[in-house]
Write a protein that binds this ligand. Structure first.
Ligand SMILES: [Fe+2]
Length: 180
């Protein structure tokens, strides 16, 4: 028997088949949908991406009432350090490449298209363990105001400690608070 996906194709690859995304989402599902819609609009985000081997690169793509959207790049070997997101919930979407997320439940490989939704207090460390650069999209609601760095939880963590400019921004949240 054919499945809907066999008949219609992957709806995530065809934005016009997705339910309409409200201008400003107010639910977790809405924010996940917003992230998928932005991810599908590659022509809009791809030219903005920069790869920087000396420091993590991030760009605030958009803000709305109660949320903000960040675009991040990860050259091979770059990582976030273990952190949580203060009072913010979030949706992490891999746009390109592959990232490894370390959580209390162990490492998870996130390939392009993968999404993770997390609640306030969720702790993780994200690393590009692959040999190619990666790009990710991060929606935070409410917008990220603090991002406490936490003690490493896995043996390789020392190799992925955050770079100084990144952690310095984390220590002094502002409207340019780094996202990850
Ligand atoms: Fe994070």
């Amino acid at each position: 028997m054919n499945s809907d996906v066999q008949i219609a194709g992957d709806p995530l690859a065809i934005p016009h088949l997705l339910p309409p995304v409200p201008a400003h989402p107010t639910t977790v599902a809405g924010f996940a949908g917003l992230a998928r819609a932005i991810a599908a609009d590659r022509a809009a985000w791809a030219p903005l991406v920069r790869y920087d081997a000396t420091t993590r690169w991030y760009h605030r793509l958009r803000t709305g009432p109660g949320y903000e959207v960040w675009l991040l790049s990860w050259v091979p070997g770059q990582g976030s350090g273990r952190h949580d997101h203060g009072p913010s919930s979030g949706v992490l979407t891999v746009l390109e490449g592959e990232l490894t997320e370390h959580t209390a439940g162990g490492p998870h490989t996130l390939a392009a298209g993968a999404q993770r939704v997390f609640a306030p207090g969720y702790a993780h460390e994200v690393v590009n363990d692959a040999l190619a650069p990666a790009v990710s999209l991060h929606v935070y609601f409410p917008g990220l105001t603090e991002m406490p760095m936490l003690a490493p939880s896995h043996p390789d963590a020392a190799e992925t400690a955050p770079l100084a400019p990144y952690s310095a921004r984390c220590a002094a949240p502002s409207e340019e608070t780094a996202a990850h």
